[in-house]
Design a protein around this ligand. Sequence first.
Ligand code: UDP
Length: 269
Amino acid sequence: MSAAGPGSTGPQGAEVSPSGSAPVAIATAPSRRWRRAVLKISGEALASEANNETIDAMVVHRMAKEIAETVMELGTELAVMVGGGNIWRGSTGQGEGIDRATSDTMGMLGTVINALALQDAIEREGQPTRVLSAISMAEVCEPYIRRRAVRHLEKGRVVIFAAGMGQPYFTTDTPAALRAAEIEAQVILKGTHSGVDGVYDADPRLNAGAQRFDEIGFMEVVARDLRVMDLTAITFCRDNRLPILVFDLMTPGNIRTALSGEAIGTLIR
Ligand code: UDP
């Protein structure tokens, strides 16, 4: 099932057919579709229900290894926006009785913990990283400065964005979109951890007949109320012509597939 998007411009190393249908990699760089990307990883993707771990070292290691290997192999400039839902999620009302702005700040601090776990794991694989936090904590990591983020990427470091955008009343979806626009990333890779491998016309966990879109337009996502990302993030991406690739993060090999431009998940554009 495919809902054609409007775009005709593909990222460097790829072309998109004029009809807006499946992306076509050009012969010279078939395995380097995205030159610069933001990968959104939910905090819950780092947890493990089976082991009752807030941060499961095995899961983090698997993801970090794939990120490091892919970046080194493809040369993709990659920034990761990591969430904090495995630790604290103010946006869903966790912490009843706690002031919302305070609760959200606790959530942002949770993302810093996850960012440090990812940093450690990615660097163990030999890939340099920098954590850039939207809330200053000079003893722990660098502050987020746009030009510094870009410079790190140019030097081949994986940038890990921590503390979302440093403001309450948001989740990390919107800062993922904001940072992607700021650093001129070509795509947001939204990795899911729920077993849903793209955007469907109905919840595939509840409806066996649900159909997955290969592509879908921003407006249709909004009109159908398909909850793939926060609405604020979706409309921001629409306004700034930033495509979002939704894919299953938990299947080994998928990060590589997503970054290399091979068909996977659903492209929203
Ligand atoms: N948060 C925030 N501002 C931001 C980013 C995050 O206030 O810019 C808070 C918010 O309470 C959110 C929590 O941090 O619920 C954790 O982030 P998120 O819910 O996005 O984590 P994820 O679901 O991706 O694990």
